[in-house]
Design a protein around this ligand. Structure first.
Ligand SMILES: Cc1ncc(C[n+]2csc(CCOP(=O)(O)OP(=O)(O)O)c2C)c(N)n1
Ligand SMILES: [Mg+2]
Length: 599
């Protein structure tokens, strides 16, 4: 915004002008008394706009989606007290996936606050809540400011920290008196002056990588979501291709890779592909690029993950690498992967018997990766086939958001080659994320088709946002993978609690989604067969597609408790027939750690 004069501009105006310049200018919010000045400033500034959500959790989840699609910071504004605490689950989604986002919370006037008065009363001002200490463990920076002078520094600091090194959310808590305080020209100019809003970390040590692979017989690269955050997924893939390294994905990198090449083995993990997991368990050297290797990757027993391989893990966060401190199989490098862009194809020693290894993987691809099929009865709709049918009909440049639970697994497990952009809240995996994230996506990418996949349970966690969709006329396609239960937990209960469906079947129910859609004024289609999906014609505008699935539809393949990564349910192949190059015991719990290669 061009201000004719800086005279009389306030802290609230400063926030709005700063957001316009350094963040995505569309701010997501639910208003309230303690943030009303900021909302008013956003409304008066022609360079910013705001979108009203029905719940602050949803606004934070939508803001999380903004960076994933635009590379600009998503911003929320909320009121103090319940408004700010409602943000927490959404902020946590950004925190665990290292997504930068800026959250501005209104706070009670300093003179009526426990902080300013220096007392330990629970609350002095109405709706006063110490949001800063509540979010300290899920933000990179959280601060309460007490003057526009402090606000100026806090905004610049917050944005720089959010976008530097391992990125993440930040929060600035602004008391009402600061929102109203008039800003001097000097402070205004200092806030708005150009600055380097992110910094780059240490460069990659290629020598270590070279040495690491020099003796490899069966090298493998794991391309993690950190490569996407660093903007180098394509570069790392090209490097693998140029050097002939087979590679596997994680769910955070999968959508950003070209998945049609012969060196790509699929995604690893508990719900990963059999080929990728076989490759991990058979490799002797694994280079890990920007993956946390959490328990969805390595299973609940990290010692059973590639126990005979050496691993070299590259990550921007030294704290992530500290996890491997006592494991002699792991070497680490704390580096900024964005430097991969600078040195794209260094002369890495090619591993000795690379071609024999890639030939083996190619032959394994056929018998291990013959697709997924849930155990459904004749005539029932198979969720994998349903998702694949939708996927075949995705329009070009489609944005797809997946939720959590079995529906998330079904979407990611059949995610084949196409040009759509898929994401989910991978680390926090909060039920209901995909609906507001789809809204955020549609708002910042209005020209792209947006599809939201969600379970019947997940939709009920953020169902109120259907009104946001209607209000702003967002033509989002909402696909409910409706098994009328908490499917993923039921499968867990079948394995460990003799099928007692406590709080997943008993005590849980789903509403008539057709009636819900009609109450909100959203078009509704119910489908019960593959043919209906294939012949579906979508109306213009938002639409809800209710896919009626068998209640017992399973996630397959999947690793169960005390099983190796190469031993996924359903147990279709005997371990002895898998041709693994290492002698694995039957169960991870028997692992002594000293067994060597079989041949
Ligand atoms: C906010 C939140 N609460 C609880 C959970 C635990 N949880 C994970 S999946 C799931 C069931 C999801 O049910 P639904 O959305 O219907 O998905 P389905 O597994 O049936 O596909 C639950 C309760 C969670 N991930 N997030
Ligand atoms: Mg369900």
């Amino acid at each position: 915004m061009k201000y004719e004069s800086l005279n009389g501009l306030t802290g609230a105006d400063l926030i709005s002008a700063f957001v316009e310049q350094h963040c995505h200018p569309s701010v997501f919010l639910v208003t309230g008394g303690a943030c009303a000045f900021i909302v008013d400033a956003l409304g008066r500034n022609v360079g910013t706009s705001y979108v009203c959500f029905q719940h602050e959790q949803a606004s934070a989840m939508a803001a999380d989606a903004v960076w994933r699609l635009t590379g600009k910071l998503g911003v929320t504004v909320s009121t103090s007290g319940p408004g700010s605490t409602n943000l927490i689950t959404g902020i946590a989604c950004s925190w665990f996936d290292s997504i930068p986002s800026l959250h501005i919370t209104g706070q009670v006037n300093d003179e009526e606050s426990r902080v300013a008065l220096g007392v330990k009363a629970r609350q002095v001002g109405f709706q006063e809540t110490d949001i800063v200490s509540m979010v300290t463990s899920i933000t990179k920076y959280a601060i309460q400011v007490h003057s526009v002078d402090e606000l100026a520094d806090a905004l610049r600091e917050a944005v720089t920290i959010a976008k530097s090194h391992r990125m993440g959310p930040v929060l600035v808590d602004v008391p009402m008196n600061v929102q109203k305080q008039v800003v001097s020209d000097a402070i205004w100019n200092r806030t708005m002056a150009p600055f380097t809003s992110s910094t780059v970390g240490a460069a990659i040590d290629w020598q270590q990588i070279d040495l690491f692979f020099s003796e490899a017989e069966r090298p493998l690269v794991i391309i993690g979501g950190g490569t996407f955050l660093a903007g180098v997924t394509k570069n790392t893939q090209k490097w693998c291709e140029d050097n002939g390294f087979p590679y596997v994905a994680t769910w955070s990198s999968l959508p950003h890779l070209d998945r049609s090449t012969s060196l790509y083995c699929g995604s690893q993990g508990v719900y990963g592909s059999r080929l990728a997991n076989w490759a991990v368990q058979s490799a002797d050297r694994i280079l890990v690029l920007g993956s946390r290797l959490d328990n969805r990757q390595r299973t609940g027993n990290p010692a059973a993950y590639a126990p005979y391989a050496k691993l070299l893990v590259l990550d921007v966060d030294p704290e992530e690498l500290a996890k491997y401190r006592s494991n002699e199989n792991y070497e680490v490098q704390s580096v900024d992967l964005s430097s991969w862009a600078i040195q794209i194809s260094p002369s890495t020693h090619l591993p000795k018997s690379r071609s024999a290894w890639t030939d083996t993987l190619a032959s394994r691809r056929l018998d291990l990766d013959s697709g997924t099929s849930a155990s459904v009865k004749e005539g029932e709709l198979n969720p994998y086939q349903a998702v694949a049918a939708f996927q075949r009909n995705f329009p070009n440049n489609c944005i797809v958001v997946a939720d959590t639970g079995a529906n998330l697994c079904w979407v990611y497990q059949v995610y084949g080659p196409d040009d759509s952009f898929l994401f989910t809240a991978a680390g926090n995996s909060s039920m209901g994320y995909s609906l507001p994230a789809a809204i955020g996506a549609k708002l910042v990418r209005p020209g792209s088709p947006v599809w939201c996949f969600i379970g019947d349970g997940g939709l009920q966690m953020n169902v109120q946002e259907l009104q946001t969709i209607v209000h702003y006329g967002l033509d989002i396609v909402i696909v409910i993978l409706n098994n009328r239960g908490y499917g993923i937990i039921k499968q867990f209960q079948d394995a460990y609690f003799e099928g007692r469906h406590e709080a997943t079947g008993h005590g849980y129910s789903a509403p008539d989604f057709g009636a819900i859609a009609s109450a909100y004024g959203i078009s509704y289609r119910q489908v019960t067969s593959l043919e209906e999906i294939e012949s579906l014609e979508l109306p213009v505008g938002p639409v809800m597609i209710d896919v009626i699935l068998p209640e017992g539809a399973l996630i397959t393949p999947k690793i169960e408790m005390d099983r190796f990564l190469h031993d996924q349910f359903p147990y279709t192949t005997k371990i002895s027939d898998l041709g693994l190059p290492f002698a694995y015991p039957t169960r991870p719990s028997e692992l002594s750690g000293t067994a060597g290669p079989t041949a």
